[in-house]
Design a protein around this ligand. Sequence first.
Ligand SMILES: C[S@@+](CC[C@H](N)C(=O)[O-])C[C@H]1O[C@@H](n2cnc3c(N)ncnc32)[C@H](O)[C@@H]1O
Length: 250
Amino acid sequence: MSQKRWDEIYTKTFGGVWYPDEGLVRFVARFLRRKVGVEAYDDKRPVGRVLDAGCGNGRHLIFFAEQKFDVYGVDISKEGLRVARAWLRKRGLTAYLQASTLTKLPFRPKSFDVVVSCEVLDHMHVRQAIEAMQEFKRVCAKGAYAYVSLRSTADCEYGRGEKTGRNTFVLEEGYEKGLIQHFYDLEDLSELLKGFRILDIESHEKSFPCSFSIDKAFLQSSQGFRGHVDLANLEPFLKYSRWHIAAEKA
Ligand SMILES: C[S@@+](CC[C@H](N)C(=O)[O-])C[C@H]1O[C@@H](n2cnc3c(N)ncnc32)[C@H](O)[C@@H]1O
């Protein structure tokens, strides 16, 4: 079901958001690359292969490939991969792409120095996410880094829609309507990150005036929807809340 829904989303919107996740950019700057000149960068540590797990339309494949990393991407959505391939081709960049589920990755143990997964492990039941994270651990080399972005229980959509498990709901609004959304609390995070040491954790919030619906707030944040904001009606805010987590294979 979810694969079909993701295919539909990529067919209609090309994945919507076309710029890299802010937390991921900070992760690269903090742990992987140092600026040493106007347009010159140095590796903070040697990085071979980078895996984008659940790469979608490829916004992070582009980001890593532009910086000359050796990039790999997997996703269950063939449409997402098709968009990513076309985008890479147009930019003259390359990445190795394959259709795959995250719980059974088509790679040998210890293949990657970095695994990133943005807004993916929260679109499944937490048990499946834990399985996927253990699969990340399997394909991570010794001391490899992982970066994940996950929706938090402080998010304004928490509790909306049909409940299908603890902290898990089917989204009823927005462009991801009909998909599973798990909202992570600290208890979930400690289960998910077993076998990894946390290097950094941010609670990242984006706020929108309550006069915006969730659909409009999404458009506003990702594509510049131009609504008018009434200052007399600013409270309470709709808050998108995510965890941005950098970790190291233990
Ligand atoms: C919200 S999108 C994020 C895409 C991309 N990481 C980004 O940040 O733009 C979630 C992605 O996860 C993929 N996905 C969901 N469940 C998956 C699974 N079990 N295995 C692999 N990919 C999955 C979807 O197809 C979709 O491309």
